[in-house]
Design a protein around this ligand. Sequence first.
Ligand SMILES: [Zn+2]
Length: 80
Amino acid sequence: MTPTKLYCDFFGHNYEITKKVTKHVKEYTCKCCKKQLTTDSNGRLIELTPKYQDINSALERVYNNRIMRLKQKSLHSSIC
Ligand SMILES: [Zn+2]
């Protein structure tokens, strides 16, 4: 066991947001041991597994497309 891991076990992980997937879903990384978490569909924090990395990148694509469409729509309506 590394000292960093011991620190996390003792004081708890020191998570920071590393990625905003959607408004509600974010990815977190522990600054000490690099453990990664994400938000699941129920808003709970869970370990960021490869499966959830896939889900998040799909979510991100859908979310960005929607934002882009909304922007185009509002631009269009402001012109008209
Ligand atoms: Zn940690």
